[in-house]
Design a protein around this ligand. Structure first.
Ligand SMILES: [Zn+2]
Length: 488
C-alpha cells in the first residue's frame, strides 16, 4: 500500500451516498486522487506515504464549494456594512460601472488575492464567481492551487459598456482561461441577471452558450420583483419562460437566489435539471422586500434540484465563512417557518457535494470517495468549543468556522498546513491590499477608516453612476408595471 498522503485515525465525514461517518477512519491520497476511505487499522500510522498525518482529534471532510460569489471588491470589507439599501446599491453600482470602464484594476487585483487567501484559509476549495474583470481572478486562484469557475458579467441595462465589447471580452476570457491550471480553472458564460438584461442580450448569450457547449451558464434569477416584470417587458410570461424561450433553461444553468420561485418555477427548474445557489446571508442582509424574503430551498431540494450555498458579496456582510452560510440557511428557514427545516447532514451536503453537483462537477469533487479528486480539509476538533464531540454534522454547520480549518488539500496538493498557506505570500497580499485601499480612498469620494465608512454624497454618486443603461432599465420597469396594472 503506497500513498502520497495518509491521514489516519481521524473522524471522517465522507458525504458519500450513505453519508458515512467514521469515528476512526483513514483516507489515502495518491496522484491527486483519493484512493481509499475506510475504518482505521491498528498499523495505519506505519503506512508508507510521503506524508503521514495523525488524525486523532481531527475531522477530515471534503473541501467547501462556494457556489455563487463576486470577488473583485473584497478589499472593501467594512465599506458597505452600515449603509441602507439605496446607499448600498448606489455605491456598488457606481464602483462596478467604473470597473467596467477600466478603472480600479489595482483594487480588483488585490481583491482576488485577498479573496483567495481568506477562502483558502477557511476551507473553501472551489468558487463560482461572477465578475467584471475575471482574468486576474482566474490567474490568482489558479496559481494558489484552488479551483474556480470564473465568468465575465454581461448586461445591457446595468452599465454603459457597449454590448459587442462585452461579448468580445467574454469570448477572449473563455478562449484564454477555460480549462487551464490542470482543469482547476474553468470559464462560465455569465449573463448578469433577469432584471437588467434585454431579450437581445439573452439571445446573444444563448448563441455564445451554443458555441461553447462545455461551459456553465451562471446568472442571478428570481431575486427581485423586477425579475418577472423585466421578463414581461421582454415579451415572456415570466423569468423562467424567457430563459426557456431563448434556450437557456437546461442542465448547464446555475442561478443564484430564486427567492421568488413559486411551485411552477420549482417544477420547471427540476424538469430542466437546472441548479440553484442559495445565498442566505446576503438575502438577510440586503433585504429588498420583507414580503418576498424567502427562498423555497426545502421544496427545491424535494423536487430534486441541486442547491449549493454561496457567500455572494461577502464584503457587504463582512464574512469569509462559508460554514456561516449553512448556519444562516437554517436560521432563515426556521425563522420563516419553524424549527427542523433541515437535517444538519443536508446542510453539510449543500456545503460540499450538492454545490459540486450544482456546478456539474459532482463526479469529480464534493465527497471523500475513491477515484475522486482529493479536495480535502482537516478541521481541528480538539478544542473546548467542540467538546464533547457529538453530532459532528451539527457542529460543522452551527459551530465550525474558518479558523478551525487546519489543513487544506486541493487536487492532492497541500495548500495549507497548521494554518500556514504554502502557495501564497500572505504578508505580501496584505500589504498590497492595504495600499490598494489607501489609493482607492484617496482617488474616490469614499471615506473608510478604523471607525467606519462614509460613502460618497448622492451628488458625487450620481456623477459616477452609469446613466444610459440604468435609466433605460428604470424606464422599462416603470412602463411594464403601469402596463401590468392598466392593460392597454
Ligand atoms: Zn450575486
Amino acid at each position: 500500500m503506497a500513498a502520497d498522503i495518509a491521514i489516519h485515525d481521524a473522524y471522517v465525514l465522507t458525504i458519500d451516498d450513505r453519508n458515512r461517518l467514521y469515528e476512526r477512519g483513514t483516507v489515502l491520497i495518491e496522484d491527486g486522487r483519493i484512493t481509499e476511505v475506510r475504518a482505521a487499522q491498528d498499523d495505519d500510522a506505519d503506512i508508507a506515504a510521503d506524508r503521514v498525518i495523525d488524525g486523532e482529534g481531527k475531522l477530515v471532510m471534503p473541501g467547501l464549494v462556494n457556489a455563487h460569489t463576486h470577488l473583485e471588491l473584497t478589499p472593501l470589507m467594512g465599506a458597505f456594512s452600515d449603509l441602507d439599501l439605496l446607499e448600498m446599491m448606489g455605491g456598488m453600482t457606481a464602483i462596478y460601472g467604473q470597473i467596467a470602464a477600466g478603472e480600479y484594476d489595482y483594487l480588483t487585483e488585490a481583491g482576488y488575492e485577498l479573496a483567495a487567501l481568506n477562502f483558502l484559509a477557511g476551507g473553501v476549495t472551489t468558487v463560482n464567481s461572477m465578475d467584471v474583470r475575471p482574468s486576474a481572478g482566474a490567474e490568482t486562484f489558479g496559481e494558489a492551487g484552488l479551483r474556480g469557475f470564473f465568468g465575465l458579467a454581461l448586461s445591457d441595462l446595468f452599465w454603459d459598456v457597449p454590448v459587442s465589447e462585452q461579448f468580445a471580452r467574454a469570448r477572449e476570457f473563455i478562449d484564454e482561461y477555460h480549462d487551464t491550471y490542470d482543469g482547476r480553472i474553468r470559464a462560465t458564460i455569465t449573463p448578469h441577471d433577469d432584471w437588467s438584461c434585454t431579450r437581445e442580450l439573452w439571445e446573444r448569450t444563448a448563441a455564445l452558450a451554443a458555441e461553447y457547449p462545455d461551459l456553465l451558464v451562471h446568472t442571478h434569477l428570481l431575486e427581485l420583483e423586477a425579475s418577472n416584470t423585466m421578463a414581461r417587458s421582454n415579451g415572456a410570461a415570466d423569468s423562467l419562460d424567457l430563459l426557456d424561450d431563448v434556450g437557456l433553461l437546461d442542465d448547464r444553468l446555475v442561478a443564484a437566489h430564486f427567492r421568488l420561485a413559486d411551485e411552477a418555477d420549482i417544477r420547471r427548474t427540476a424538469e430542466a435539471d437546472a441548479s440553484v445557489a442559495h445565498c442566505p446571508s446576503i438575502f438577510c442582509y440586503w433585504n429588498t422586500d420583507g414580503d418576498v424574503q424567502w427562498t423555497p430551498v426545502p421544496e427545491l431540494r424535494d423536487a430534486g434540484v441541486d442547491v449549493g450555498l454561496g457567500i455572494d458579496d461577502h464584503y457587504w456582510h463582512d464574512s469569509y465563512s462559508l460554514f456561516g452560510e449553512a448556519r444562516q440557511a437554517r436560521l432563515a428557514a426556521n425563522l420563516k417557518r419553524s424549527a427542523g427545516q433541515y437535517q444538519s447532514m443536508e446542510l453539510v451536503r449543500m456545503l460540499t457535494i450538492d454545490g459540486a453537483e450544482a456546478l456539474g462537477v459532482g463526479d469529480e469533487i464534493g465527497s471523500l470517495e475513491p477515484g475522486k479528486r482529493a479536495d480535502v480539509l482537516v478541521v481541528d476538533l480538539d478544542k473546548p468549543k467542540f467538546t464533547p464531540v457529538t453530532n459532528i454534522p451539527a457542529q460543522v454547520t452551527n459551530n465550525a468556522g474558518p479558523a478551525d480549518v487546519e489543513m487544506v488539500i486541493v487536487d492532492g496538493d497541500v495548500l495549507m498546513t497548521d494554518g500556514e498557506i504554502e502557495t501564497m505570500d500572505a504578508d505580501n497580499v496584505r500589504e498590497r491590499v492595504e495600499s490598494a485601499v489607501e489609493r482607492f480612498v484617496a482617488e474616490s469620494e469614499w471615506e473608510l477608516d478604523i471607525g467606519g465608512s462614509d460613502p460618497p454624497s448622492k451628488l458625487d454618486l450620481a456623477r459616477d453612476l452609469p446613466t444610459r443603461g440604468p435609466s433605460q432599465l428604470l424606464g422599462r420597469l416603470a412602463f411594464q408595471s403601469a402596463r401590468d396594472k392598466f392593460p392597454f
